[in-house]
Design a protein around this ligand. Structure first.
Ligand SMILES: [Zn+2]
Length: 305
């Protein structure tokens, strides 16, 4: 049976999965990101986890390895240089070194793009000509897949959807801008706004804010501002890419159905949707979209662009 290794490197967890040629997930290994594991050896945790999966499924070797990693990554050079969310043991020329270690082709991709490749293969955007997959969590990301390939910027760069401005008078963002959708609607932004307003205790999370929003007017306003920012962002996404489907995913959406409804309402009043309209739906692959999409890069090299 043809299979590939699909790896998802997030800020907190690493997942390594067996993905078949049909996009079906088999064996999965998951661990917290641990820079001290494997004696702190560079790429030690990744090498060990991938090696363990290959050994488990021996003698049938995978056709390759695909990795989706929290950005910024350089897919063309197979390089992770993220100093903000990943420890040093995960940085460097990951694709080249793992390829040498296992004698397999290795592709590296931004995690939002990997999730979009997954959803457009076997998930909620299957068969779509143009699809956008928006992830709302610690950050806000978006992968756009058009005509079967990832939409990229110059030199393979990933356009940072989370840092486009939806409110120029909004909060300052670490990117240098003000009122980026991430600075209004990502989980840490929601928690920070509620803590600063004194509506929740220090240390509270976005989940705490969502939980009391029905009773607390300050929290409700913060949640509504976040939803409105995401609805504006979705309109902008449609204005720029005219996708036939927007897939929503991530653990920072509060009530995902309410968020999706708000976006649908806003889109209903917008003129420039593609013929047939824009479907707004929730992820079908959930947390496995990244592994599935990453593995797709090894199983269907033609999706690489
Ligand atoms: Zn920003």
């Amino acid at each position: 049976v043809t299979w590939a290794v699909g790896v998802d490197i997030g800020g907190t967890n690493v997942r390594v999965a067996q993905v078949s040629g049909a996009g079906v997930v088999g064996c999965v290994l998951a661990e917290p990101v641990d820079p001290g594991r494997a004696g702190g050896r560079p790429l030690g945790q990744l090498t060990d986890m991938i090696g363990a999966l290959i050994e488990k499924l021996a003698p049938e070797p995978p056709v390759g390895v695909g990795i989706g990693a929290t950005g910024p990554v350089d897919p063309g050079r197979g390089l992770i240089s993220n100093q903000h969310t990943l420890p040093a043991a995960f940085r460097g020329p990951v694709a080249g070194e793992l390829s040498e270690a296992f004698g397999l082709p290795v592709r590296l991709e931004n995690d939002a793009d990997a999730a979009a490749l997954g959803e457009s293969w076997t998930g909620a955007a299957t068969g779509a000509e143009a699809a956008a997959c928006v992830t709302v969590g610690t950050g806000i990301g978006c992968g756009v897949v058009r005509h079967g390939t990832i939409f990229r910027g110059a030199q393979g760069s990933h356009p940072e959807f989370g840092h486009h401005v939806v409110d120029p008078a909004g909060p300052a963002c670490y990117c240098g801008g003000h009122g980026c959708v991430e600075s209004l609607a990502a989980a840490p932004a929601i928690a920070r706004a509620a803590i600063e307003a004194g509506a929740v205790a220090a240390g509270a999370t976005a989940a705490d804010v969502f939980a009391v929003a029905a009773q607390d007017p300050v929290c409700r306003a913060i949640v509504e501002r976040a939803r409105s920012a995401l609805a504006s962002a979705a309109i902008n996404l449609v204005a720029l890419h005219a996708p036939e489907v927007i897939v929503l995913t991530g653990n920072g959406m509060g009530q995902p159905g309410t968020l999706a409804d708000g976006i649908r309402r806003r889109l209903a009043g917008y003129l420039f949707t593609p013929p047939g309209g824009v479907r707004v739906c929730l992820s079908r692959l959930g947390g496995m979209a990244g592994c599935i999409g990453a593995a797709r890069l090894a199983l269907q090299p033609e999706v690489w662009s």
